[in-house]
Ligand binder design. Sequence first.
Ligand SMILES: [Zn+2]
Length: 179
Amino acid sequence: MAWLLIVLSIFLCWLASLCKIYHASYSSSRTTFLTESKHKRNILLVIAHPDDESMFFSPTISYLTSNGHNLYVLCISTGNADGMGNTRNEELYQACAVLKVPLHQIKVLDNPELQDGFRKVWDHGLLAKIIEEEVASKTIDSILTFDSYGISGHCNHKDVHHGKALECVTEKNRSLGAR
Ligand SMILES: [Zn+2]
C-alpha cells in the first residue's frame, strides 16, 4: 500500500510541475511588451563605460535589434581609468556593429565631471540632465540601464541608475504640471 502512495505522490508532483510550466508558457505568450507589439520602440541604453554593453546587456541588445526596435547607446564615459579610453571606445563601436546597433546612434561622452573610476562620484542631477536631453532629441520612449546595485556594484553604474531615476521623476513631475 505504501508504494501506491509513493507513486501517487510522484504523479501529483509531476502533474503540478506540468501545470506550472504550461501556465508560465501561456503567460509569456501573452506578453506584448517589446515582443508582439507592432509599435517599434526608440530605446536608449545608458551605460557608464565601454564594455558595459557587452558584459551586461548584449543578449538584450541582440534581442531588441533583431526584433526591429531602434536602439541608441549613450555611454557616459570613455572608460579611461587606466588610460585605455581610446581602445575601449573603439571596442564599443566594434561590439555595437556585431549587435546591429547603427554606429551613428552611439554617443560616448568625455565630460570632466563624469570620468571613469571607483572613487569618482558622478552628479545625479547632471546625469539626469544629459539623459533628459537625449530622450528629448531622439524621441526616446524606453530607457534601459543598470539596476540600483549597478549590476556589478560599480559606483559609476549605480550613479547612472540614480541619474536615470531622477530624470524619470523630473519628467513625471513635468508631465503632471508640477514646478
Ligand atoms: Zn562599467
